[in-house]
Design a protein around this ligand. Structure first.
Ligand SMILES: Cc1cc2nc3c(=O)[nH]c(=O)nc-3n(C[C@H](O)[C@H](O)[C@H](O)COP(=O)(O)OP(=O)(O)OC[C@H]3O[C@@H](n4cnc5c(N)ncnc54)[C@H](O)[C@@H]3O)c2cc1C
Length: 509
């Protein structure tokens, strides 16, 4: 079977490694950091344990499919717990809304919270469900780069497909769709917030991404015991069982091509490694710009502006006393979402009154903090790094903004008295630790009513023999999508490798 080199050991890289090894390929994974899992890293400090990056896990079926490639059961590798409520939402007017896991409980909650919107909420979820189904059929589990790739042209004229296309509501944004269904501003803010899973503004993202709501509300929010770090650990164990070679501390500086085709990688320090095919789990734009270059990079750029998604600041706070009124996942919403999104996405400035996400995992796994304490994780989305953003100077003031928000809106007035240990992750840290595009947490932004959902495809159109996996490639960011992206990259590679023909030589055409 063919030899494959994988650049980067984030979730996409690990998923690709497992899938390829399960199908008999000889896989070597090269990771520049000392740990595997990329952003799904862990911070242990003074008896507290924090997930450093992702905390909300949805769609475990993606992981199940990757484990099934090797005939394994996910449950033998990962202990997943379904959370209820999925989120607890705190609003500036003092009201609190739990997003219940159970639909009937949610209906009863809304009868008190926003009685005029009970039906509208159901209607929104129906739309989200339809969009999620259409995504499953046309968008997921295959390499897609634009509308052309989504459909089989032979069937595209059928009435059923036409109805699917119309259901995509290409003339609407996420915010347009939410406002059509619900009137209560607080409920609308909660529903619009699902688009933060891809680091984009609801005012500019296509309505098809409302499907994200169904992927959570319908399929649940899950916590892996051991923290989200347990996900890359499980994948690494599987990959080791399947014979993948891991090399950490290796930074790839160049992908070599012959006749336009990817043939080898060059690591810092001069080591050259030849492979039949290469998967890059490094940011897609930086892969083309920094590892490939030349005409492939020029062609990649043509026709489409590639803008990073948002970045963020994370405070990791070890508290000596827990806040009992928090759920596992909490959102402390801004007073005015339009202002907040304008500042972050249009003006490129941190929001003055931001939405803060709080994870309090001791609710589910008490061992993350010393007894009675709390390993609090607070994430606030910020713009990606712009010229003049110096977070070593911006952080002290913004830390104060975040803590003031928690005091004002989430009933945590004495938070500073409870902090016994503290650490932080800034947009600059995210940029430097994970080698992403301008500090982006979620790859490329999903703005644009027609093209917003499309990312660079997993089978490179520019460089035969090169495949892309990770949050900045199709189908996009977030744990389930990055994992799926690794599976698709592996599946595309496998199809090419077993087709018995060499990949197309673009340079010769
Ligand atoms: C603060 C934060 C909060 C988040 N919250 C959530 C959440 O709650 N739920 C959710 O689903 N998602 C969340 N995400 C997003 C999620 O973590 C990412 O979408 C996903 O982990 C990205 O995986 P990836 O495959 O793109 O790889 P990455 O995690 O980006 O890893 C890429 C790896 O490649 C390595 N690499 C890069 N270049 C090279 C090179 N040249 N040579 C060798 N190695 C290289 C890097 O070191 C890195 O390890 C969050 C992310 C962050 C940072």
């Amino acid at each position: 079977m063919s030899t494959t080199g994988i650049i980067g050991g984030g979730l996409g890289g690990l998923a690709a490694a497992c899938t390829l090894a399960a199908r008999g390929h000889d896989v070597t994974l090269l990771e520049r950091n000392s740990w595997l899992g990329g952003k799904a890293a862990v911070l242990e400090r003074d008896g507290f344990r924090f997930d450093m990056g992702p905390t909300i896990l949805t769609m475990p079926r993606v992981l199940e499919r990757i484990f099934a490639e090797a005939g394994r059961e996910l449950s033998d590798y990962l202990d997943l717990r379904r959370l209820d409520p999925q989120w607890r939402c705190f609003y500036d007017d003092g009201s609190v809304l739990d997003l219940a896991d159970d639909r009937e409980t949610m209906r009863r909650t809304l009868q008190d919270f926003a009685p005029g919107d009970v039906q509208g909420y159901e209607d929104f979820l129906k739309v989200a469900n339809r969009l999620s189904e259409v995504s499953d059929r046309f968008f997921f589990w295959k390499s897609v780069e634009d509308l052309r790739d989504t459909m089989n042209m032979k069937t595209s004229m059928s009435l059923a497909t036409l109805s699917d296309v119309l259901s995509l509501r290409m003339h609407r944004t996420v915010a347009d769709q939410v406002k059509r269904n619900v009137k209560d501003k607080r409920l609308a803010q909660m529903l619009e917030h699902f688009i933060q899973y891809v680091g984009s503004s609801p005012l500019a993202s296509p309505a098809v991404l409302c499907g994200i709501a169904q992927m959570q509300v319908g399929e649940g929010v899950w916590y892996p015991m051991g923290g989200t770090r347990a996900v890359p650990r499980a994948l690494t164990r599987l990959a080791e069982d399947l014979g993948v070679t891991f090399r950490t501390g290796i930074e790839v500086e160049r992908i070599e091509t012959e006749g336009g085709r990817a043939t080898a990688v060059m690591a810092a320090g001069g080591e050259r490694m030849a492979f039949d095919r290469i998967v890059s789990n490094m940011d897609s734009v930086r892969t083309y710009r920094e590892l490939v270059g030349g005409t492939a990079w020029e062609n990649f750029q043509k026709g489409r502006k590639r803008e990073p998604a948002c970045s963020g600041v994370v405070l990791y706070l070890g508290l000596d006393r827990a806040y009992e009124h928090l759920a596992h996942h909490n959102f402390v919403f801004s007073n005015n979402p339009e202002d907040e999104f304008r500042e972050i996405y249009d003006e490129g400035q941190p929001a003055a009154d931001p939405t803060a996400y709080i994870a309090a995992p001791a609710r589910t796994e008490p061992g993350v903090a010393p007894e009675g304490g709390e390993a609090l994780y607070i994430l606030v989305h910020t713009p990606y790094l712009r010229e003049g953003h110096d977070w070593s100077k911006m952080l002290p003031e913004y830390r104060r903004t975040i803590l003031d928000k928690l005091k004002r809106t989430a009933g945590m007035e004495d938070i500073e008295e409870r902090i016994v240990t503290e650490d932080v992750l800034t947009p600059q840290d995210i940029n430097d630790r994970y080698k992403v595009l301008d500090g982006a947490i979620y790859g490329l932004v999903s703005h644009g009513k027609v093209n917003g959902a499309f990312k660079p495809g997993n089978r490179s159109r520019q460089v035969p023999g090169l495949y892309l996996a990770g949050g900045s490639a199709h189908p996009g960011p977030g744990m389930p999508m990055a994992l799926m992206s690794g599976w698709i990259a592996a599946d595309s590679l496998h199809q090419d490798a077993t087709r018995n023909t060499a990949p197309r030589d673009v340079a010769a055409e």
